[in-house]
Design a protein around this ligand. Structure first.
Ligand code: FDA
Length: 278
């Protein structure tokens, strides 16, 4: 059982608990992006086990008729072991998920993985004519060029600011520049994309900008936020827009929860209050 402090951010330890959370989200007109927590595997067994769980998760989502997709980290599928391992496992998951009608997102990790991740996405997206999406990060200097390359690819793209501490030679380090880049990427996407834009941000300014761009260009988009963050805003936005909540689950929840709790003092305060039971 996930303790009360952490269950604000993590949807349980088992697939059944995660799907229960999805059901509750769906009842409130929100859709779910389910992620099994796990990354940087250097053994084939862990990769195989998580890949098998993702395949059965896709079948369970379809069987329960839930509005949900899955999202996977490349290093969870063995990218640290080899690009061939990652591609093999990803292809098998995407094929199974496609049979079940379940969409698959590929998360983006640090800059050393960008090429392998985009290449795998692009190959699969063309071969399967959609059904997959990839995340791009506004803090990376290369992303404007990557996004041009993705404009005609038949899949969705999730835009985020970037969660990894990257070298200054490759990434913008100050918040204002990252925000400026993020806006520029949205502007480009709303003008040139027609296969789906996901705004993966909790930032009210970026969401407002996306809504403006949607009204200006008529391009479809969805808003994606993490479980436990701006839940009220997720509910309000879901009245007018498509809102997807990224809901992680699994027994490796401690480090994920630690990251969420440390990134904002409000979360830390919430955690302390929960610990002292007030
Ligand atoms: P940012 O941290 O810049 O804050 C801007 C404003 O947003 C704040 O001033 C506040 O108003 C609001 N806000 C932000 N966090 C809040 C909180 N906890 N509580 C209340 N208000 C808050 N990264 C990556 O590198 N690879 C990936 O694959 C993904 N995937 C991904 C999926 C989804 C669905 C999301 C939402 C995010 C990711 N990310 C990611 C993470 C992303 O790169 C980024 O680190 C975080 O979303 C934080 O940036 P924001 O744009 O949300 O707001």
């Amino acid at each position: 059982m996930i303790p009360p402090i952490a269950n604000r951010f993590v949807a349980g330890e088992s697939p059944a608990e995660a799907l229960d959370h999805v059901r509750q989200l769906n009842e409130r007109d929100r859709k779910a992006i389910v992620n099994l927590l796990g990354e940087h595997y250097d053994d084939r067994e862990s990769v195989r086990a998580d890949a098998a769980e993702y395949r059965s998760l896709a079948a369970d989502i379809a069987a329960a008729d839930l509005d949900a997709c899955i999202s996977i980290k490349p290093s969870q599928l063995g990218l640290d072991i080899g690009e061939d391992v990652f591609r093999e496992e990803l292809t098998e998951i995407v094929d199974t998920a496609a049979e079940e009608g379940v969409f698959v997102w590929i998360d983006m990790e640090d800059h050393t993985t960008t090429d392998a991740t985009l290449d795998a996405f692009e190959d699969l997206a063309w071969k399967r004519e959609g059904g997959v999406g990839v995340c791009v990060q506004a803090n990376l200097k290369r992303t404007r060029e990557d996004v041009k390359r993705l404009a005609d690819v038949p899949g969705k793209v999730r835009f985020v600011k970037g969660a990894y501490d990257e070298p200054a030679a490759l990434a913008y380090k100050d918040k204002a520049t990252v925000n400026r880049e993020y806006e520029a990427l949205l502007e480009y996407a709303f003008e040139h994309f027609d296969d789906g834009i996901a705004v993966g941000s909790h930032d009210p300014a970026m969401i407002d900008r996306a809504i403006e761009l949607h009204e200006e260009h008529g391009t479809d988009f969805e808003i994606q936020m993490l479980m436990g963050i701006r839940e009220d805003a997720q509910d309000t936005l879901a009245e007018d827009y498509e809102v997807w909540q990224y809901a992680p689950y699994g027994d490796r929840w401690k480090s994920y929860f630690y990251r969420r709790a440390m990134e904002r003092k409000e979360n830390l305060w919430f955690a302390v209050r929960a610990i002292v039971g007030r």
